[in-house]
Design a protein around this ligand. Structure first.
Ligand SMILES: [Zn+2]
Length: 338
């Protein structure tokens, strides 16, 4: 297998290059994937704009592909399996190990349902590239433990907000309000399962809107009533909106934070105490989240393909990063290795 291996390499801030790298050599405990498609993630953009990984790192951690070589010690995977990867184990595409913006990727210590998951053919290459980001939303939902009766705000409708909406809907949560400043993203939020949308640029006060939709509850420690908002997922990365969630939630409300913030802010901690809020951060996912994500996609219960706004061939990776960086034109950019 002496084919070329064009790879998307981080060279410097705002400088991603497609270079010819060696095809990785198989070892006894590894597997080699021929990559089909790879999504560009917010984390890739942080790396692109801020550095954070060593020069020469091959990025891309949201990918699927086909196994073309399997080491002799890897008993539970075989050549021809189509797979997705849990990048957290080896830091695949995040600096420590080369990632999916390439033609071939080697996964060390390959083990099914641990760091590699076989996907059925019902999951196309495009859907396969969306499994990992879906797991981010699903993990947050699974940690939060909602019921179908919850009234939920999803704050921010980038990829993570949108997959969170789809995950909530798949678990029977109906009362979802999605908030974003982009009408295009709010349309997608509706497509994926948000019953209501809110645009702070045009729709007035979110507190009034949520009260109108979900009713209000008495909050003894507050001078008036509060909207009956029982859970919020903060996916925007705007610090002030974290504070807004604390303000809006009803007593015993749950705030789950999925975003990464570049600015600090001042909050009133009394919201947390007076309302006995439960706040949790969610980052990454478990094996169970991966298996659940694959199952929901396989059965067609969740279809995330509407969020894909662009495809670029691997050779156009620098352009793909520019387009993903411009949130006014893109939602999810996918890079095709095939
Ligand atoms: Zn990611």
């Amino acid at each position: 297998m002496k084919e070329a291996n064009p790879s998307g390499v981080f060279h410097d801030v705002h400088d991603i290059r497609v270079l010819d790298k060696e095809v990785p050599e198989l070892t006894d405990d590894s597997a080699i994937i021929k990559v089909e498609m790879t999504g560009i993630c917010g984390t890739d953009l942080h790396i692109y704009h801020e550095g954070l990984v060593p020069q020469g790192s091959v990025l891309g951690h949201e990918f699927c592909g086909e196994l073309v070589e399997v080491g002799k010690d890897v008993k539970d995977l075989k050549v021809g399996d189509r797979v997705v990867v849990n990048p957290m184990y080896n830091g695949v595409g995040l600096g420590p190990s080369p990632g999916g913006f390439a033609k071939f990727v080697k996964i060390d210590k390959a083990k099914a349902n641990h760091n590699i998951y076989v996907i059925p053919d019902t999951i196309s290459s495009e859907k396969g590239a969306l499994v990992e980001p879906f797991c981010v939303g699903l993990a947050a939902i699974n940690k939060t433990q909602l019921t179908a009766k919850d009234n939920v705000l999803v704050s921010g409708c980038g990829t993570i907000g949108l997959v969170t909406i789809a995950g909530l809907k798949s678990k029977g949560v109906e009362n979802i309000i999605a908030s974003d400043i982009s009408e295009k993203r709010l349309e997608l939020a509706k497509t994926l399962g948000a019953k209501y949308t809110f645009n702070p640029k045009t729709d007035g006060s979110l507190k009034d809107k949520v009260t109108e939709l979900f009713g209000s509850v008495m909050a003894l420690d507050y001078s008036g009533k509060l909207p009956n908002l029982t859970a919020a997922f903060e996916c925007s990365g705007v610090s002030a909106l974290f504070g807004q969630c604390l303000e809006l939630l009803a007593p015993d409300g749950k705030l789950t934070v999925l975003a990464i913030y570049s600015k600090d802010m001042t909050i009133s901690p009394n919201h947390v105490v007076y309302k006995r809020l439960q706040i949790r951060g969610s980052l990454f996912y478990s094996n169970e989240d991966f298996l659940e994500a694959i199952d929901l996609m396989d059965k067609g219960i969740v279809d995330l393909t509407p969020i894909v706004s662009h495809h670029f061939p691997l050779t156009d990776l620098p352009k793909a990063f520019e387009v993903q960086s411009d949130s006014s034109q893109s939602v999810k950019v996918i890079v095709d290795s095939i």
